[in-house]
Design a protein around this ligand. Sequence first.
Ligand code: CUA
Length: 377
Amino acid sequence: MRFWLTSPRVKGGPPAGPHGPCLHLAGILCVVGGLATIILFAFPQAVHAASSWPPPLQTAPIWNPGPAWAPVDPKSPEMSLISNTFWAVFIISAVVMAFVVTFMAINIFRFSAKPGAPDPPQVFGNRRVELAWTLIPTAILTLAFGVTVYAIHDINTPPHGAALLDVDAIGHQWWWEFQYPGKGVETANEVHLPVNTVVHFHVKSADVIHSFWVPQLQRQIDANPGQDNAVYAKMTRIGVYSGACYEYCGADHAWMKFRLVVDTAAGFAAWVKQQTRPAVKTQTGLAAYGRTVFLRNTCVSCHAITGTPAGGAVAPNLTHVGSRWAIGAGAAPDTILGLETWIYNPNDYKDGVSMPSFSVLPEKDIKGLAAYLYSLK
Ligand code: CUA
């Protein structure tokens, strides 16, 4: 029996033979494989598309409302100083580079050896030139060093006598917890500040090393476990700014975004008042049902909701979750569908997230949970 499938017309190839049985076998395998592929991939997709549960994943909100290169668009005196230092060193460097390139080009064209020209006069050292090219760069680098040291010292010194607003910024894998000591406010992935107020961020970590950064606010600073790192800043412009973790901290490092909202003093006071209210208890219908689902499930071991028995402290506080810009530190939109799909399987949004999938819950329970959480404004 021969197993050659090669065409007999190929010169020098294997001899022609009765390839009938083998071609039949290959054909059958192709058909079976094709059908299996259709059943395995296309059929569940079609079934999924035809059913309304679970809903498709929702598009996460655009997280970066700031300019593409935010560090050169400062909105605080501290960031302005960093930005000015950058421009000063950049301009000095540009002038030096222009001088060196121009001087080099002139020398290349003017003093290149011509064919047949005699050797140029041999010069051994020139004290004046050597002194100049040692002292001028030394002066330039000393200036850049001085400007940088001044900026570093200045941005790390809180303004004398100014009243400071303390905010704890605590990095977790993978979200940010914000606490306002003395104010009873605890949020996640969203920090609110009053305009023209000096803020003292206490940057900490609950697990690994993260890095806290809002490009228009201040420099980056590491969030180290067991350490309280200080960042002082005064935002001078009302607006919404983007922040994120800037130190690789595990699989979902990229999903550690947060939003900085700078408001008027009155707007900030109103926000604090709203945040310190316990969660509303007046839900009806599906949301009221969702409240009972929340309280009888394991949600309460990780999440806290003020005004309910839920007091977990390892995951974001959900007392006002319905009022936030996103969930999952920017991974999913804060909408009913966003919450439903997140609860169904958070890993679909954020691969590796600590929260387990709740796809085992009945559809009604998940819809109830989403309605309840969304009602927590
Ligand atoms: Cu936290 Cu990167």
